[in-house]
Design a protein around this ligand. Sequence first.
Ligand code: F6R
Length: 604
Amino acid sequence: MCGIVGYVGEKDAKSVLLSGLKKLEYRGYDSCGIGTIVGGKFLVNKNTNRIDSLEEEVKETPTSKIGVGHTRWATHGGATVENAHPHVSNNKKVLVVHNGIIENYARLREMLKAKGYKFYSDTDTEVIPNLIDLYNKGDFMQAVKKAMDMLEGSFALGIINLDDPNTLVAAKRNSPLIVGIGDAESFIASDFSAILKYTDKISILENDEYAVLKNGGVYFYDSELNPCGKDFKFIDMKDEATEKNGYAHFMLKEINENTITIKNTVSEYIKDDEIVFDLKLTEEDIKNINQIHIVACGTAMHAGLNGKNIIETLTRIPVNVEVASEFRYKNPILKENDLVIFISQSGETADTVACLELVKERGIKYMSMVNVKESTIDRMSENVIYTKAGPEIAVASTKAYVAQVCLIDLFAIYLAKILKTADKKYLKQLTYELKTMHAAVQTVLEHPEVYAEYGKSIASELDMFYLGRGLDYYVALEGSLKLKEISYIHSEACQFGELKHGPIALIEEGTNVIAICTSKKLLGKVVSNIKEVKARGAKVLLITNQTQVPHEVYDERMEIPHIDELLSPILTVIPLQLIAYYATVEKGLDVDKPRNLAKSVTVE
Ligand code: F6R
């Protein structure tokens, strides 16, 4: 989704802004722009190409000490230069970049039009600089506050103003914005990565707070414009973590980081062979859990499905997995002793955040599993456990999914131990297998040529099927999502048992099917199902760790190491991630930045 970066200081603002925007590219965008102040006027450059071409465009423009930049992911109005940010007021005195959505913009636009304001774009954003201008009677901050009071929706704003050309104002409501401070310079950004190159000292703006950046300092104000002290803290992340480090793409780098991700996530929570979580959920709370609800979106929701399987198997507590965008609008049935678990890589997904607010309001116990520390979900949750995946830059989630599955596996074992619902020895064995899982993952990663060859072979296909039962089906869902989101090959995941109830009608000569099988118990059934698709001409790739599958039922086979069935998704997903990656590379598409998608979905 959209990204914001802003700068005030002695460096050339445009180079800081461009470097920040490049770091924000991963969030997904379809146009970009920067605005600086030069010779008492705004200098605005915008385009609908990549940041590189914006950089080329501003190569010869004069330097400036202040500016804001933006990557836009179109919501109101198409991806055009007019709609790209920054947006400027009619009198050319107020300039704004904006993330999020102004829900009442149509009404505000009519009100402004009635007062003579004209609009050049289709955006909701353009009302903001004009509203500020309308209310500006000499006290700029009062004007910003008045405009803020009029706005409905979620937004983060970076504002500069020609009457005070050395000052940058930031404000936000329900959309993330951080403030960074360096040596006589200050920054705003929608996420840390944009400014990490310059500073690791940051403060997070809360809803309806204001930050005023000037003279190398930052001044914070509350919603009533009373000065309020806010702490800066050091963020534990290195700029290099957001670089490709020699890999052709972030996605490939991140798939290869699955090993270290697992190691870091597991070692964070296994101490002396015991799983330890620092949670405010007491043993009593856990013993009283009536039902668990897992709420997330996309890949994180798929990790939640794995969680359902392992938690139900080990604890017999019923688990309901819900897509956040559905959960929030369905008046969910939540009872006193239920526990809601939110899973999110970014910690910023708008629907997941909204569900958390709903659950909090209802007074139901909840906890969160997030990757990004200090993200909105992290800060809103008393009980948080972290996936230790490090920054994930490729839009398609890979290592974060693996970390989410590991973490939820650890949590399931932890619950079962407290509840005494599974054999102690078995829980120990599962814990040990998770501890050594990184080595098994390494063996799957060792022969990339196998996945590359298969990926190439399907690159020109129009349709794919991913089939499995139980946990294998949940992984099939994730494999299918990975393929469609980056290679644009249509794919569908289906439970083997459901084939006969409809989808098998689509299987014909040459249809590509990826069959996943890690369950000894279900092996016989799965073999019969594969025979059914084979008999209709399907080309079958089997991903398995079972030795008893007759070779005539598949065309190709990829082996994964033996592991307890409950933990198998951590291994089976890796070939699927690599297949999606190599098919996309073969098609010559932008692997890390697929069309229409954003890394952090901060609007509904
Ligand atoms: C797909 C993908 C998305 C995210 C989803 C939730 O590869 O990355 O489906 O999983 O947008 O994002 P988070 O986990 O940040 O809440």
